[in-house]
Design a protein around this ligand. Structure first.
Ligand SMILES: C[S@@+](CC[C@H](N)C(=O)[O-])C[C@H]1O[C@@H](n2cnc3c(N)ncnc32)[C@H](O)[C@@H]1O
Length: 235
């Protein structure tokens, strides 16, 4: 029987897609799903399905977790609960630039203060290393690298601005092969100005073989994996 590597990869991709869908269905019957919905309503812009999958991936991933764009902490708490329920220690680093958000149901005059409050209220502050600044600032890149040490990233959550390629340029060297990626604003309503630039960059990376798409959930959240096309950096 003929079986090319390409077909084997397609087969793995299909299995991974189905596993994610199946996991989501399973979680619908578990108490964590209700807790995520309740917390997410107060603290997250993401759809409950996206939060549930962040929880799931944080729970099953190998390596550390890096989140860019924590806002009030909804997605950060979902990842932290996943880490806690994994039962094995994993570093979770969240980068947030701070500032304020007005005229929005989740408006806050001080994003950083709201984020810290959420992490404290949900009792996960000790699981999250919080870095205040923009993801592409040299100081923040240095702090992330220092926080991770020689450890690599197994889950990257991008829900900030439209700098998908920029953030992958900053942190790509730290990602393991098949690192899970959650990228918000891939889809959604046309009035979402982040949608087009995000989708364009993600599609280009998929076409270049750098990303493998595994699903599209909630309000427009892309889920997939990173493929390491170059050898890992020297240690
Ligand atoms: C869409 S919100 C994140 C929503 C959050 N993940 C949730 O669960 O609700 C985007 C956040 O990213 C932050 N942000 C935007 N660009 C950033 C950057 N380059 N580095 C760090 N934070 C950034 C914004 O301040 C904002 O709080």
């Amino acid at each position: 029987m003929e079986c090319s590597w390409e077909r084997m990869d397609d087969r793995h991709q299909l299995d991974d897609c189905l596993e994610l869908m199946y996991a989501l269905m399973q979680y619908r019957h578990e108490p964590v799903n209700r807790r995520l919905r309740k917390m997410g309503k107060r603290e997250s812009m993401l759809h409950p399905d996206a939060l549930q999958l962040i929880y799931h991936l944080a729970r099953i991933c190998h390596g550390c977790i890096l989140e860019i764009g924590a806002f009030r902490g909804g997605s950060t708490v979902a990842a932290a609960w996943g880490v806690r329920d994994a039962g094995t220690p994993k570093k979770l680093v969240a980068v947030e630039q701070g500032g304020s958000l007005r005229q929005h149901p989740l408006a806050t005059r001080n994003i950083m203060r709201s984020l810290k409050r959420t992490l404290a209220r949900e009792r996960v502050a000790d699981l999250v290393m919080l870095l205040e600044g923009r993801s592409s600032e040299p100081q923040i890149i240095a702090e992330v690298n220092q926080a991770l040490g020689t450890d690599e990233i197994g889950l990257l959550i991008l829900d900030a601005d439209t700098g998908v390629k920029r953030d992958l340029d900053c942190y790509g060297k730290k990602l393991i092969d098949r690192c899970w990626l959650v990228i918000d604003d891939y889809g959604g309503p046309p009035e979402n100005q982040k949608r087009l630039p995000t989708k364009t960059q993600v599609d280009e990376l998929v076409n270049a073989g750098q990303l493998t798409p595994l699903g599209y959930y909630g309000l427009g959240t892309w889920i997939g994996q990173w493929r390491r096309l170059t050898p890992p950096p020297d240690r």
